[in-house]
Design a protein. Sequence first.
Length: 144
Amino acid sequence: MKHSSDDDDVIRLRASGKRGGEGEGIDWALIRAVYMRFVGLAWLMKGIYHGATIIGVFGPSFAALETAEQVSAVFSAIGDCIAGVGLWLTVSWGAVTWIVVALGETAFAISGGAEPASALVVLIPIFLYFVVTYMRSRQTDERL
């Protein structure tokens, strides 16, 4: 099975292209891969936390929660874990899943009465992801 060298480089956290001399600049592919893994680990831990809430390790009993809080906990436990694994693997579906789940959780929190500023904090890592991805694509275009 043939793989593109860009995909292999990202998965192994190696630089894409040849590293020859001094002053080549920042390797945005490497930064993007490390960032995706960092965020993936954070979202995986967040999903595990919500799963632990469901089984009663943290907070009140799951049955004692309001229906909206139960739905939110289940959605977050499943969605965050899937997004975290996808981000850790640095695959495109991981980033898409992460953004959809994060925006869904944000919308759910705002509709449930959460403070909009605290609920929108999730937009900062998404914005940083778009910046790093843009810089990576710009660097790739320059190397062609």
